[in-house]
Design a protein around this ligand. Structure first.
Ligand SMILES: O=C(O)c1ccccc1N[C@@H]1O[C@H](COP(=O)(O)O)[C@@H](O)[C@H]1O
Length: 209
């Protein structure tokens, strides 16, 4: 089970996530987000991160120029697209892509048809405004998704995961990975204890399965 800790802004939390056994570290390059971090800061706080742990840049409707500029400075391994990006943009990105989609059966079917199998999908809670901006800490109704649509596809579960529900998400949904941001924060700041506990719970659950 892959674990992605997202929205990191401080070196201490990067170190905690790495030591506890995260696979992916996520950084938000969306200027309007309270979790925004500059590419220069990402390069600085991740300089000691082993190469085996992947750095993911999260974007909403970026241009290819913006992605390439930020990727070069921050040293990103993967690009997560969290908006309504074109298929052509995805084709132009040199790094592997994680494509976030709202957890809605119609949109899941569309995404499966649109994106090649090497594009990892990330199911997140649909936003009330219709836009797919994440990081709100809200779960979606797991029972309403036709999970069989995703057979053969790698997908992350995101949206409101916490130390209290992640084991159930794994048992019930069998994702390729779990992605958390708000659930490992206290007062809108990452919380080292919650990060460690989240990763321990996931590792224990995968051993028990
Ligand atoms: O975290 C943000 O501010 C954000 C902004 C724009 C796009 C995505 C964002 N976060 C991503 O949302 C999911 C779910 O987060 P949460 O656990 O529900 O808080 C995750 O992939 C975040 O990286």
């Amino acid at each position: 089970m892959k674990i992605k800790i997202c929205g990191l802004k401080e070196q201490t939390h990067v170190e905690v996530a790495v030591q506890a056994g995260a696979d992916y570290l996520g950084f938000i390059f969306v200027p309007s987000s309270s979790r925004y971090i500059s590419p220069e800061k990402v390069a600085d706080i991740t300089k000691n991160v082993p190469k085996s742990i992947k750095k993911v840049g999260v974007f909403v409707n970026p241009t290819i120029v913006e992605i390439e500029r930020i990727q070069k400075i921050a040293g990103l391994d993967l690009i997560q697209l969290h908006g309504v990006e074109s298929k052509q943009l995805i084709k132009n990105i040199s790094q592997p892509v994680i494509k976030a989609i709202p957890a809605d059966n119609f949109l899941i079917k569309e995404a499966i048809a649109a994106y090649p199998t090497d594009t990892v999908l990330l199911l997140d809670t649909p936003s009330n405004s219709g836009a797919n901006f994440g990081g709100k800490g809200e779960t979606f109704d797991w029972d309403k998704v036709e999970w069989s649509l995703l057979t053969g596809r790698k997908f992350f579960i995101a949206g409101g995961l916490t130390n209290g529900n992640v084991a159930r998400a794994m048992e019930q949904l069998h994702p390729y990975g779990v992605d958390v941001s708000s659930g490992v924060e206290t007062s809108k700041r990452k919380d080292s204890k919650k990060i460690r506990a989240f990763i321990q719970i996931v590792r224990k659950e995968e051993n028990d399965e």
